[in-house]
Design a protein around this ligand. Structure first.
Ligand code: NAD
Length: 262
């Protein structure tokens, strides 16, 4: 048990990669707060986790829109009251959109930056403040993307949000390490989650392809030989949260089957 007596918050934890990380943290002995904008998905996730034998005392679901600072503060307050404080934050909630540069709308731009960057930063800030006040340090893991390493013609705004996540990870890590708070990130490649169903449908529209074709092609192009699965993120997320990575600071770890090398 690498995370015994630790309390973790996973934003966007009700499905996909976030849910797999929540499950992994429970397996390692942590308490887990699934914080997500979708209440029905939270209920489904908690039911599934309890059905797998995880005890309800170590599980909590909170409806959270990471764009709303009052909701972030309320989350920190309720987790602190219930579990005594937060040791681990996984800043995982994000949305995807794409369009040719000439067709990007302000609404799409604002939504992606609001959730993927602003929401991530102010969730990190609120949780870090509570960690500093408590004086026990902590681990913060931001979910970046291979999209943050290199631009893509049809994905300009999402790529920019993820480049911002990599940059914020570095700056926040440098400022917060003096409080014993380690900030790192994970950069997934292409992962078979509900998000990729949306991505595939958008590529089908903009590249005039049959549904499912883009997903098949990107999977075949991964050096490992397949798309990522949510459970591929369990081990890396546990590693960055626990003492095994005590000297790892400000890094963005590529977990992508070999797609990106740095
Ligand atoms: P997903 O869309 O399957 O799940 C995202 C979760 O975030 C959902 O449960 C959703 O309800 C929640 N969410 C959305 N907006 C929110 C908000 N405003 N406040 C709180 N919760 C909100 O996504 P996923 O594929 O599991 O991706 C998880 C993370 O990994 C994201 O940061 C994503 O950008 C990143 N990522 C995914 C891939 C991939 O191929 N799937 C690749 C690279 C990076």
């Amino acid at each position: 048990m690498k995370l015994e007596n630790k309390t973790s918050v996973v934003t966007g934890g009700a499905r996909g990669i976030g849910l797999a990380i929540a499950r992994a943290y429970l397996d390692e002995g942590a308490s887990v707060v699934v914080a997500d904008i979708d209440p029905a998905a939270i209920d489904e996730a908690l039911a599934a986790l309890e059905g797998e034998g995880h005890v309800a005392e170590r599980l909590m679901g909170v409806r959270l829109d990471v764009c709303d600072r009052a909701q972030i503060d309320a989350l920190v307050a309720s987790v602190t009251e219930c579990f005594g404080g937060i040791d681990i934050l996984v800043n995982n909630a994000a949305v995807f959109d794409m369009a040719p540069v000439l067709e990007v709308t302000e609404a799409s731009y604002d939504r992606q930056f609001d959730i993927n960057v602003r929401g991530l930063f102010f969730t990190l800030q609120a949780v870090a403040r509570s960690m500093v006040e408590r004086g026990r340090g902590g681990a913060i893991i931001n979910m970046a993307s291979q999209a943050g390493r290199r631009g893509e013609a049809l994905v300009s705004v999402y790529c920019a949000t993820k480049a911002a996540v990599i940059s914020l990870t570095q700056s926040c890590a440098l400022d917060l390490i003096r409080h014993g708070i380690r900030v790192n990130a994970i950069a997934p490649g292409v992962v078979d989650t509900p998000m990729w169903e949306e991505v595939d449908a958008l590529f089908a529209r903009f590249e005039n392809r049959p549904l499912g074709e883009k997903k098949r092609l990107v999977g075949e192009a991964v050096p490992y030989g397949r798309m990522g699965r949510p459970e591929d993120y369990a081990g890396p997320a546990v590693f960055l949260a626990c003492d095994d990575s005590d000297y790892v600071v400000a890094q963005t770890l590529n977990v992508d089957g070999g797609n990106w090398m740095s």
